[in-house]
Design a protein around this ligand. Structure first.
Ligand code: SF4
Length: 341
């Protein structure tokens, strides 16, 4: 199914500018965007992966990761091929970089928005997640699906690198309930050299999505020697705190993959160090991931400090939520920030 990529505009010189992400591709007839899945054909920008999924799973919502969003529920998760970034440590590079590494070839299994919503309901999912690759590159498919999902009482989650334009965020706001946004580093050089992107648009997206009322959680993969200095961790933590100290921050362990095979796994001590720095910066909800340590994966009330959601085992395997349906702490009645019902 080939659909018009309508989040775009025609320029005077017969070129078309894609308005989905901050790469701001300006394309002539026959050209592909950086993501490899948006192309000008017959004078229109087309979304080549509309209705074509490359990965589908029913996951615990904790796996996104989303820890303050409908705990212990399932989320129907899907992704297509294509990505607007080119991170050399990408854990899903088989699909995200597929088009770039296969002469612009497109692949996927047909799945309409209606089928996605039906399957989500049949599989007892409370939400649909647009994940695995960068969802903004298949914006129109996510938009149509999210709208339909809302009509059927499901929520929607974007798991993203935060490269959306403000225009895209404006359009997504009525339908996307939550976003998990990566801050991959606090260095523009890192973004340029390792990800083929820039830092500033990510920070702007994060701020804007939060202002618009979308529930935001943040993930940072800590890579030894690349983004794990005390200074850089503190800079990210202070930035998050400057927006809202109740934004959850997930600190995740790197393992060697794709083009970054020469760097070792992140030691747990690095994650614990980062966790403490984040707390010192005033963040209320910090988590470490990709290691089995329930003390650092559990949620503590920001007021009385008691453990109120215990998480153990594989991610999402054992979740014991003591909060009531409004997210209220049973020990001190503080209402924890998040979306709980
Ligand atoms: S979504 Fe793709 S085509 Fe559009 S601006 Fe981003 S990289 Fe370019």
């Amino acid at each position: 199914m080939l659909e018009k990529a309508w989040l775009s505009r025609e320029l005077k010189n017969t070129k078309i500018m894609c308005e989905a992400c901050s790469q701001a591709c300006v394309l002539s007839e026959g050209e592909y965007g950086i993501c490899g899945v948006r192309k000008v054909e017959n004078g229109e920008l087309r979304l080549l992966v509309y209705g074509l999924v490359a990965a589908v799973n029913v996951d615990p919502v904790e796996k996104k990761p989303m820890f303050h969003f409908l705990p212990k529920t399932k989320t129907f998760s899907l992704g297509t091929v294509g990505c607007n970034l080119s991170c050399s440590f990408c854990q899903n590079h088989e699909i995200s970089q597929y088009t770039k590494e296969n002469d612009n070839k497109i692949t996927g299994q047909e799945l309409s928005s209606e089928s996605i919503v039906d399957l989500a309901i049949k599989n007892n999912s409370s939400s649909v997640s647009y994940t695995y690759n960068e969802p903004i590159v298949f914006f129109e498919y996510t938009y149509d699906t999210a709208k339909l999902a809302h009509e059927k009482g499901l929520k929607n989650i974007y798991v993203t690198s935060g490269y959306e334009t403000h225009k895209a965020i404006d359009l997504l706001t009525p339908y996307i309930d939550a976003m998990n946004i990566d801050i991959k580093s606090f260095s523009d050089e890192f973004y340029k050299e390792i990800c083929g992107a820039r830092l500033k648009p990510v920070l702007q997206t994060l701020k804007y999505a939060h202002e618009k009322g979308i529930w935001v959680e943040i993930t940072t993969l800590l890579i030894p020697g690349k983004n794990d200095s005390d200074e850089e961790i503190r800079d990210i933590a202070r930035f998050i705190a400057s927006i809202d100290t109740s934004i959850p921050w997930h600190l995740s362990a790197f393992h060697p993959t794709y083009k970054m095979l020469d760097i070792p796994r992140t030691p747990e001590s690095t994650l614990v160090r980062a966790y403490k720095i984040a707390q010192q910066a005033g963040l209320k909800y910090v988590y470490i991931g990709n290691v089995d340590n329930e003390d650092f994966e559990s949620t503590y009330c920001a007021n009385c400090k008691k453990r109120v959601i215990n998480r153990s085992g594989n991610i999402g395997q054992f979740v014991n939520n003591e909060l009531d349906e409004n997210g209220v702490c049973p020990y001190c009645s503080y209402k924890l920030e998040g979306i709980w019902k």
